[in-house]
Design a protein around this ligand. Structure first.
Ligand SMILES: [Zn+2]
Length: 475
């Protein structure tokens, strides 16, 4: 009896608390995110119209434009010159009286873009023209869309005087596409105190649309590491009319053929296994069965073969890859050169050793005329971000709300992003490209006629704002 009465009292109390909570929340006006999307679209267009092809980058012009927006909105920000003509922008919305890096969230996007082959474009790459619902332009996705969405998020948090439980820091980086002296690695080395954080959102993930609806939200939590290996063959030089068996060109060609067709044994990481396990829930059954077979030791090799043949990206997620990309040999048509060289672009799974793989190269090629040398400027071998962190959980929850029916999958990025440098500083960094797109649109990154569907851009602005405002208002 007592027990029962107690339960009734508790229930009543809970009901009162819930209705009081509802009353307290009711007067808060819903922010007008449609208007914010329109503004962000103007910023994206302006950003695309500032040519920041790297080299030379010219990010200072982009940075100045962004800083002016923050200035107008009353958001404290700083331009930091990394090199002549190259600046980064740091802006901060602070939760308390003092900066609190231990809980801070960093919003990262790069200001530079790759180059263009103007003859292959059907639109001016620097006009941000709109055709059939798409905005065309170099950087319209990579990475000025993210840059504009990050700006919009900062502006909206500021305008609504959002009650923050974490600092939100904005960083617009330089030199992402070349990774040189103005890159995030150097920004971190010199100015870590200005951007120190525990969490970061960056490019690298995807919101995948298939058959007219969002299928999954891919969150990049790890990435492969890029290396270049120079292969050099040496032999006796001489007249083209007197060929010898030690011809350097022939030896190089044989070595490149062996390595270019070599399949490094697959070693899927925890993140890759989780990616396929999740994706198997929504893929067609003939593909899904191979995704599930990855978990079965006796069928794994066959599964890797099928999945690798199905998609170059899946192949690259499952193993270290070797792609011959450049060849150099010869000075005259009738002269056998004494030296010939090739470049191998090698992408390693995080944690794997390039020295070990190069040791295997020697065995595979088995040719005393061939030497291997690791080229400078290797990528950064960083640990993965956690799939149980509060930020990952927030993305998962918001993705399900924003795109009903879609699942969240963790991803191993096959390319390199600024996140690796952040992960090496113990930051839980995630790639979240928030714009829902079909494969044909997202694959235009770095390609001719890069374009973003305008509607996707608007949806992405809203999604990113929701993720950030939710995460930043809780601790
Ligand atoms: Zn990018």
């Amino acid at each position: 009896m007592l027990h029962r009465a107690g339960r009734i009292v508790l229930t009543v109390m809970w009901a009162v608390a819930a209705s009081a909570g509802a009353r307290a929340q009711a007067p808060l006006a819903k922010p007008d995110l449609g208007k914010l999307g329109d503004e962000a679209q103007v910023w994206l267009g302006d950003l695309v119209r500032i040519n920041s092809v790297n080299p030379p980058g010219n990010e200072a012009a982009v940075a100045k434009y962004i800083s002016a927006i923050f200035q107008k909105e009353g958001i404290s920000n700083e331009l930091i010159e990394m090199a002549p003509g190259r600046s980064v922008v740091v802006a901060r919305l602070q939760a308390g009286p003092l900066p609190d890096p231990a809980n801070a969230l960093l919003l990262v996007a790069h200001q530079d873009t790759v180059g263009i082959d103007a003859s292959k474009w059907t639109a001016d790459p620097f006009a941000a023209s709109i055709r059939d619902g798409y905005m065309y332009g170099r950087g319209s996705i990579d990475d000025k869309a993210m840059l504009a969405a990050n700006i919009a998020t900062m502006v909206q948090l500021k305008r609504t005087s959002a009650r923050l439980a974490r600092d939100v820091i904005f960083l617009a980086t330089d030199d992402e596409e070349q990774g040189g002296a103005a890159s995030i690695k150097v920004t971190i080395q010199k100015y870590w105190d200005k951007i120190a954080c525990a969490y970061a959102l960056n490019e690298g993930g995807r919101v995948m649309v298939k058959d007219g609806k969002v299928q999954y939200v891919g969150v990049q939590a790890s990435e492969k590491v890029a290396y270049n290996v120079t292969v050099t063959a040496t032999g006796q030089s001489g007249h083209g009319s007197l060929p010898r068996p030690d011809n350097a060109v022939v030896h190089l060609a044989m070595a490149v053929a062996k390595l270019g067709t070599y399949q490094v044994p697959s070693q899927p990481s925890t993140i890759t296994l989780r990616y396929f396990e999740q994706l198997a829930k929504i893929e067609d059954d003939d593909v899904a069965k191979w995704m599930r077979a990855l978990e079965q030791p006796e069928r794994m090799d066959l599964a890797v073969k099928h999945l690798g043949e199905e998609s170059p990206m899946w192949n690259s997620m499952l193993r270290d890859t070797i792609a011959p990309t450049m060849l150099q040999a010869g000075v005259r048509v009738n002269v056998v050169p004494s030296q010939a060289a090739a470049n191998l672009n090698v992408r390693m799974l995080p944690g794997h050793s390039i020295e070990e793989l190069m040791g295997q190269f020697v065995t595979i090629v088995n040719d005393p005329q061939i030497r291997f040398q690791l080229a400078p400027n290797s990528g950064e071998n960083a640990p993965s971000s956690e799939l149980t962190s509060p930020l990952y959980r927030t993305i998962e929850r918001l993705a399900a709300q924003e795109f009903p029916g879609a699942i969240t999958v963790p991803m191993l990025g096959t390319g390199a992003t600024d996140s690796a440098s952040l992960r090496l500083h113990k930051v839980q960094a995630y790639g979240l490209e928030p714009f829902p797109m079909i494969e044909n649109d997202s694959s235009r990154v770095h390609a001719d006629d890069e374009r973003i569907p305008v509607e996707s851009f608007h949806k992405g602005v809203v999604f990113l704002y929701h993720v950030v405002s939710e995460f930043a208002s809780s601790k």
